[in-house]
Write a protein that binds this ligand. Structure first.
Ligand SMILES: *Cc1c(COP(=O)(O)O)cnc(C)c1O
Length: 368
């Protein structure tokens, strides 16, 4: 593999394919696969990854917001795209680009029905979201009858799927709660089918749901983080390969004396002669201030170099006193060995936050 000459996020499509196939191997043969590709495919690179997933056989896609769905259509995605959290102001765009909204409240249903009536759509696909315990978005069970009464009278829309979202599928201490969510979703599904007389697509599981609750696959699952190489457990991380590898180089090395200070606010004072490397990556690139002052680290020539001082907008400084390295050498921020999850843990956060935060300023390089 070529050594980095600037800050780059390498995207390994072979790893993506491995992860897709691994998650598929955990599904029953007739369970459909919805690939969650929101937030630039979790901070990676949406167009190449979504197209690769489409070629691999993903049945469905989901994004959070309308503009993400429009970008996927413009990038050649022809499979159905669910918009998980649409706002009414975007409903005309949703229809123009054949995106499929999650309908999560009476207000959003009312607003969408108005637009579909104006546009005289017929059976426009919508997805009904139910709140079974996450208490974030969704109808509650006792709203179901009124909701279905409205839907039965509309020819403009049709509920293509019903779904809910698990609050703690990765946490086996919360198994009882998760089983209760599964039971609630089952009961909502039965009531839907009794009243409407047809079977919609039903989906509940995210990545950890797939891995921990195989009995809850229904007709479809929605996987995000697993596709990008993280399984939310040491065991499952072994079965997956991180897709994104963030690399940079050493811009400059300073040899400093005891008492010299480093960076803004003089947050670090050298206790002895030290070699400090400056790297062209900072909080504007997604390495937030919590990684500063020795919390986070990078890897240079196989050795860990902790941050020193505060993270700057465009740079961090790391201690390389004990590392044999030169200006221009490659630096690993995270890769398959030194994972984003491990780095995220140094700042008390999770892989999701670190990888989705890698800003659009960082060059993406697609491999394989
Ligand atoms: C983001 C999201 C997912 C994907 O979850 P992962 O843990 O990344 O697999 C699934 N469903 C909904 C509703 C989401 O918002």
């Amino acid at each position: 593999m070529l050594k980095a000459k600037e800050t780059v996020l390498e995207i390994d499509l072979k790893a993506l394919k491995h992860n897709f196939n691994y998650l598929k191997s955990r599904l029953k043969t007739d369970t459909h696969f919805l690939a969650v590709v929101k937030a630039f495919t979790y901070g990676n690179e949406a167009a190449a990854i979504a197209n690769c997933l489409q070629d691999l056989g993903a049945n469905y896609f989901a994004v959070a917001y309308t503009n993400e769905g429009v970008a996927l259509r413009n990038a050649g995605i022809t499979k159905p795209i669910l918009v998980l959290h649409p706002q009414a102001v975007n409903f005309n765009t949703i229809i123009k680009y054949q995106l499929e909204p999650s309908i999560y409240s009476s207000k959003i249903l009312h607003d969408f029905l108005l637009v579909t009536k104006q546009q005289k759509t017929s059976n426009y696909p919508i997805h009904l979201k139910f709140n079974t315990g996450l208490n974030r978005l969704g109808f509650i069970a006792h709203e179901l009858k009124d909701l279905l009464h409205i839907l039965k009278r509309s020819k403009n829309v049709k509920a293509k799927s019903i779904f809910s979202h698990l609050a703690a599928s990765e946490d086996l201490n919360e198994k009882e709660f998760t089983l209760e969510q599964i039971a609630r979703f089952k009961s909502i599904s039965h009531e839907f089918e009794n009243i409407m007389g047809y079977q919609p697509i039903k989906h509940l599981c995210n990545t950890s749901g797939v891995l921990n609750y195989p009995e809850a696959q229904f007709n479809m699952v929605r996987c995000g983080i697993g596709l990008y190489g993280f399984g939310n457990s040491a065991l499952e991380n072994k079965n997956l390969i991180p897709v994104g590898r963030l690399k940079t180089i050493i811009s400059q090395i300073h040899t400093l004396n005891a008492g010299d200070t480093i960076g803004y606010n003089r947050a670090y004072t050298c206790t002895q002669n030290q070699r400090i490397a400056t790297l062209p990556i900072g909080h504007a690139d997604g390495i937030g201030r919590p990684y500063g002052n020795g919390k986070g680290y990078v890897t240079i020539n196989g050795r860990k170099a902790p941050t020193v001082g505060n993270v700057c907008m465009d740079m961090i400084m790391v201690n390389v006193t004990h590392i044999n390295c030169n200006e221009g050498d490659e630096v690993i921020i995270f890769d398959t060995q030194n994972t984003a999850e491990q780095l995220a843990n140094t700042a008390n956060t999770i892989s999701y936050e670190l990888i989705t935060g890698i800003s659009q300023r960082v060059k993406r390089v697609i491999l394989n």
